[in-house]
Structure formats: C-alpha cells, structure tokens
Design a protein around this ligand. Structure first.
Ligand SMILES: [Zn+2]
Length: 296
C-alpha cells in the first residue's frame, strides 16, 4: 500500500516515464518527456504539471467542466456498491479476450476516455491483474479535474490525466483498446489514437436503463439510444452490439447517491430527491448496450 503522496507521485513518475512516447503536446502536438520529476514537457517547452497526487494536467487551457465533486463522490459510492459489477466483468472478458488474441503485441494499452472518478478502470485493473498472460497498461482521462483527483485515490499503476477528449494528448495509434463508458465520444480523436487493429468499446444506456426511476419521473418509460448506436456505426465498423441487463436491489444509503449521480434527476430540486424512497424504488434495472467497433 502507498500511504504518502510523495510515494504515489514517484510511482506515477515511473509509469509516465515508461510510456512517455505515447504523449503529444496539447498545444503544438510535439513529442513530450518527463522533466524535473514534475513536468511533462514538449520540444517547444510547453510544460504540464504532474500533481502531488500523481495525475497529469494536460489541458491547454482551463476547463469549464460543470461536474462537481459531490457528483463524482456519489458515483464512486454507487460503483463500489457493485452497481456496475456485471458490466465490468463483461468488459474485463472482452479486454482479456483481445489480449489473448494478440499475444504478439506483448502487452496491450487501454484508455478509458471520459473515466470520471475512475471506478470502472480501477475495477478493470483489479480484474486484469488476476488474469495470467494479460499484460496491460491502463490510462484514464477526463476533462473534469475533480473526477481525476478522486481517481488517484486507489493503489494502482493506472496513468491518470485531466485532458480534453476533443484534443487528446496522445500520439496516433497509441492504444489497442479505447473504452468510452456512459460518456460522450469524440470519434475523430478515437480513430486517430487507436491502433489499426485496435478496438473501441462504447457503453450506452439500453431502453430499460433505470426504467423504474424514469417511470417515477416521466410518463414515458423507455429510453432510446438508437441514434447514438447509429452514429457509432457510421464512424466505426460495428463488430458487435450486445445487451447486458440486470436488477440491483437498492439500499437506503445508496438510493440518494444514485439519484445524485444520474443526469435523469439533475432537473429535480434536491428536496424532491428526499421524496423518492426505497418504498417507491426498492430495486432498479441496469440495461446497457456494449458496442464494439474497429477502424474502417
Ligand atoms: Zn508544445
């Protein structure tokens, strides 16, 4: 276990140095390397900080991300309750399947683009660690600094960075697998940084996703992500589309956090959250679609 921040930072330095060739300067697109232990610097001397907590800030300008810390904390708690465990299990199998099918690569690199507070990637890291013959390097990026700050709390070798999905600070063909989980995509950038034989895995809500909550709030119960799926197959060659659906029994301390984390309820006044209790919402459906695609 790593208890002090300095040690955590040292570990991040090693991980970043081992993979610094993947980075490109968010300003001039030049190659980058770690200098003075605390800065990732390009040939033209554009410099980006490695924080004491061990994450890189690779934003070319400040972020106006509207996500707040409490939202990420709520999501982290919902994740550790096991809300997404079946999804993570499925993603882990996909990644190790890909790795085992590409043994010649001698290790694969995975990017979670839009990782938020990093729970999904941390769980995947644990899963993959137990898989023999899966040698993976994991990167998590999000534009929200509050998310990335929370992401660094674990004890892993994941490289974390605050970065803009519209201008990802990575060289072309840098990743074998890109994950994009319940988060907006930038297909142009994904295509650029994905290896030619790499895969993009995007997770979107299925039509029954949180349907019990929807029916409490709206008359219309179903949700359609058809347009998102169509857009995906316009941009990438669709290899597979698979649904995963399960029910989660809610508990008193998890329900308010679930209400907090889902955009569905953001329009509600906080007092209205209190009116939704376990009596109205004893369990909830998690219905997700996993789209896997390749470059055309
Ligand atoms: Zn530069």
């Amino acid at each position: 276990m790593y208890h002090n921040k300095e040690t955590k930072k040292n570990r991040a330095q090693t991980n970043i140095r081992n993979h610094q060739k993947k980075f490109k300067c968010p300003i001039c697109s030049g190659a980058m390397s770690l200098k003075n232990e605390s800065n990732l610097v390009c040939n033209k001397n554009h410099s980006f900080d490695l924080s004491r907590k061990g994450y890189l800030n690779l934003l070319a300008s400040g972020s106006n991300a509207k996500y707040e810390k409490e939202l990420f904390e709520a999501r982290k708690q919902v994740c550790s309750f096991g809300f997404f465990d079946p999804l993570i299990q499925d993603l882990g199998e996909r990644i190790s399947g890909y790795s085992k099918g590409n043994l010649a690569k001698n290790g694969i690199s995975v990017l979670d683009a839009g990782c938020g507070e990093g729970s999904h990637l941390r769980s995947l890291a644990e899963l993959l660690e137990h898989e023999q013959c899966v040698n993976s390097t994991l990167f998590g990026v999000d534009i929200a600094k509050e998310g990335i700050k929370l992401a660094t709390t674990g004890d892993t070798d994941i490289v974390w960075a605050v970065a803009d999905l519209a201008k990802l600070p990575f060289q072309q063909d840098s990743f074998d697998v890109i994950l994009n989980i319940l988060s907006p995509a930038n297909y142009h950038e994904f295509e650029r940084i994905l290896a030619d034989d790499g895969i993009l895995i995007k997770v979107i809500p299925g039509k029954s996703y949180l349907s019990e909550l929807r029916s409490l709030m709206f008359e219309e119960k179903d949700y359609s992500s058809d347009r998102v799926a169509d857009y995906f197959s316009n941009k990438f060659e669709l290899i597979s589309s698979q649904s995963i659906e399960y029910k989660i029994q809610l508990e008193e301390d998890i329900l308010p956090r679930l209400l907090k984390m889902t955009p569905l309820t953001w329009s509600l006044e906080p007092e209205m959250h209190k009116e939704i209790s376990l009596i109205e919402l004893p369990s909830i459906t998690v219905d997700l679609t996993i789209l896997t695609g390749a470059k055309r």
